[in-house]
Design a binder for this molecule. Structure first.
Ligand code: TRP
Length: 329
C-alpha cells in the first residue's frame, strides 16, 4: 500500500440560464470555457430553466431559449460523451433539496444576497422565487457533489452561501450529507457591447451568436466609435471595435491591427470590416451545425434526457442521504 494520498477527483459544475438569445458575451465569458474544460473530465453542465422562471414568464419563449442553449452548446462542440449535459427541470431531486436546504438557511443570509438586491433595484419583481434563488442554486451545486464551481465574480457570493447552507444542514443532523464546494473565478475577458459598456442582454447592446450576413453587418457597423478623422492616428486601447477584434485575433493579428490604428489613413470602417470577417469565419461551421440541430429537435432532446439520467444517478443518492438524515426518507 502506498502512503501517498490518492488525488481527489474534482467535480466541476456550471449552469447557464436560458433567458435570452445567446451572444458573444456569453460565448467568451462562459460557453467557450465550459466546452474547453470538458476534456478535463468529470464536468456537469446544465441549463438552469428553473432559475430562468424568475425572469421569463412566457412558456413558448422559455422552451425556445432552453432549446437554443442546448443546440448552441452542441453546435459549438460540447460532446455529451465527455461531460454530463442536462436540463435542470429534469432532476426532481433539485427542487426537493431546495426545500430541505431552506429549512437550514437563515433568512438573514438570504437578505444579504447582493444579486437579489441588484435585481430588485433593476426592477425585477421581488418574488419569493427570486429571493430563494440562491437556495435553488445551492441545491444544484450540492445535488451532484460538486467540488468546484467555475463562476464569474457576480456569482461568488452564491457559492459562499452554498457552503454555509451545506455546513448548516450537515451540522444540524450531525452527518456529512453534503460535500462543500468552492468557487473558481473564471478568467473571462471583458466583452464590450455595441455601445462600449459590458455586453449584456439587459443593456440591449449584444451581438447574437450565429448572426450572419446583412443583419450581422448592420450591427457591427453600428458599434459606437469616437470621431477621430480618418487621417488622424487612433488609440486602439480605447476602441470597442479593437477590443472585440482582439477576442478573435492571434497575437500577431492584434499587433498588426494596433499599428494600423496608430498610423494614418486607417478608419473605423475598415476595422469593423475586419471584425465582421472574424465573426463570420469563427462561427461559420457552428452556425451550420446549429441550423441542422434546429431541424432535428428530437436529437437534442435525446441528448438532454440521457444527460438527465446520468445526473439523476448522482442526485438520487444525495437526496436519499438527505432524506434519511432529516427523517423524511
Ligand atoms: N446563477 C447562475 C447565473 O446566473 C446560474 C446557475 C444556476 C448556476 N445554478 C447554478 C451556476 C449552479 C453555477 C452552479 O449565472
Amino acid at each position: 500500500m502506498s502512503d501517498q494520498k490518492p488525488e481527489k477527483t474534482e467535480r466541476y459544475l456550471s449552469g447557464i440560464q436560458p433567458t435570452g438569445q445567446l451572444h458573444l458575451g456569453n460565448y467568451f465569458g462562459a460557453i467557450r470555457q465550459h466546452i474547453e474544460h470538458q476534456h478535463a473530465g468529470n464536468s456537469f453542465y446544465f441549463i438552469a430553466n428553473y432559475h430562468a422562471l424568475t425572469t421569463v414568464h412566457d412558456a413558448a419563449q422559455l422552451r425556445a431559449y432552453t432549446f437554443d442553449v442546448a443546440a448552441t452548446y452542441l453546435a459549438l462542440g460540447l460532446d455529451p460523451a465527455l461531460c454530463v449535459f442536462f436540463r435542470q427541470s429534469d432532476i426532481p431531486e433539485v427542487p426537493e433539496l431546495t426545500w430541505l436546504l431552506m429549512t437550514a438557511t437563515a433568512m438573514g443570509d438570504l437578505q444579504r444576497a447582493v444579486s437579489y438586491k441588484d435585481k430588485v433595484e433593476r426592477g425585477l419583481p421581488a418574488s419569493a422565487g427570486l429571493f430563494n434563488y440562491p437556495v435553488l442554486m445551492a441545491a444544484d451545486i450540492l445535488a451532484y457533489e460538486s467540488t468546484i464551481v467555475p463562476v464569474g465574480r457576480d456569482q461568488v457570493q452564491h457559492v459562499e452561501m452554498t457552503r454555509a447552507m451545506a455546513r448548516s444542514f450537515n451540522d444540524q443532523y450531525g452527518q456529512e450529507v453534503f460535500t462543500l464546494p468552492r468557487h473558481q473565478l473564471s478568467e473571462a475577458p471583458a466583452v464590450l457591447g455595441l455601445d462600449g459598456a459590458k455586453m449584456s442582454k439587459s443593456y440591449d447592446n449584444t451581438i447574437p451568436l450565429f448572426l450572419s450576413g446583412k443583419p450581422l453587418k448592420k450591427l457591427v457597423m453600428s458599434i459606437v466609435t469616437d470621431s477621430t478623422p480618418l487621417e488622424e492616428p487612433k488609440d486602439p486601447e480605447r476602441c470597442t471595435v479593437f477590443a472585440l477584434y482582439s477576442l478573435f485575433a492571434s497575437a500577431e493579428e492584434r499587433a498588426e491591427m494596433a499599428s494600423r490604428y496608430r498610423g494614418r489613413g486607417f478608419g473605423f470602417g475598415a476595422a469593423k470590416q475586419a471584425l465582421l470577417e472574424k465573426i463570420e469565419e469563427r462561427f461559420a461551421a457552428p452556425r451550420q451545425r446549429f441550423e441542422k440541430l434546429r431541424a432535428e429537435p428530437s436529437f437534442v432532446e435525446d441528448v438532454l434526457r440521457d444527460g438527465a439520467a446520468r445526473a439523476r444517478a448522482v442526485a438520487g443518492a444525495v437526496a436519499e442521504r438527505a432524506r434519511q438524515a432529516c427523517g423524511v426518507g
